[in-house]
Design a protein around this ligand. Structure first.
Ligand code: URA
Length: 273
């Protein structure tokens, strides 16, 4: 039981599953059902097998997330932006994630995809959309000749939320200026937003993805951006949603056809050698 490798493995498992606060010095003492006040623990407890344990600290130590920091993002190149993110401490997710997940694909591409947040495989490999939903996306793009050599792909969030939970508004707000700077540096001719979180955050709307998908709209750069014109933008279903709702794949395919029609009309396809 005191094998350090095993303990480390168990701890990593708990963090990956979403445990993000320490509630006591000894495991298994908390009876959540008789907790009157979330800041106070019972002084003594009896274990399920009837052994009375010594008093534990009455104060719960909560690791409060730092308030979102709205960063002045100044990077002038994509590499500099990645460096800036490596040093950014305004998003608590970086402390539970294994890796920064920045981007994949061809940064010279005219077609940029933006998703929500890395999952477990992305966190492990430090690359976006390499897990099952990324594989589905690749399968959807291949028939129209799109792949990582001729598209560029990133996320709103650059670190995995523990246990793949939905990102909080504060986490989105802290990463959004980096995502918007990313778009301004890539200068895509076409932006594809994968799922509701990306679409709502970048289009600054509360409208759901079901209503937004499959209709071209415009991404308006924020005030002070280097971008001087809006970018044609297509919200589509997130591939993770399609894995849960395969019946929606037909609509998603229609959306990919809309995308490739626009790409062919405007000749926006550059392939990396
Ligand atoms: N889902 C996302 O939104 N982004 C990834 O990188 C992986 C899964």
């Amino acid at each position: 039981m005191t094998n350090p490798q095993q303990l480390l493995h168990d701890l990593e498992w708990q963090i990956a599953a979403g445990a993000d606060e320490v509630i006591g010095d000894v495991p298994g003492l908390m009876n959540w059902s008789d907790r009157k006040n979330s800041a106070t623990l019972p002084q003594t407890k009896t274990t399920p097998v009837g052994i009375t344990l010594p008093p534990v600290s009455a104060t719960v130590t909560r690791m409060e997330p730092k308030p979102a920091v709205s960063a002045p993002v100044t990077a002038q190149t994509i590499d500099a932006l990645k460096e800036e993110l490596k040093n950014f401490d305004g998003c608590a997710l970086r402390h539970t994630a294994m890796n920064l997940v920045f981007a994949d694909g061809n940064p010279e591409s005219d077609i940029m995809f933006v998703g929500e947040a890395p999952g477990e495989d992305e966190d492990r490999q430090g690359k976006p959309f390499v897990g099952v939903s990324g594989q589905l996306l690749d399968k959807m793009l291949a028939p129209v000749g799109l792949d990582r050599s001729n598209i560029y792909i990133s996320n709103i969030l650059f670190w995995r939320p523990p246990g793949n939970r939905s990102p909080t508004d504060a986490e989105i707000a802290s990463c959004l200026p980096f995502c918007e700077r990313h778009i301004a540096l890539v200068r895509p001719k076409v932006l594809v937003l994968l799922g509701g979180v990306a679409a709502k955050s970048l289009l600054r709307t509360k409208e759901g993805i079901t209503r937004m998908r499959g209709r071209w709209t415009e991404y308006q750069p924020p005030l002070g951006s280097d971008l001087t014109a809006p970018i044609p933008c297509l919200p589509i279903y997130h591939p993770a949603y399609l894995l849960r709702q395969p019946a929606a794949k037909r609509q998603a395919w229609n959306d990919i056809l809309l995308l490739i029609k626009k790409v062919n009309e405007t000749n926006h396809l550059k392939t990396q050698e």
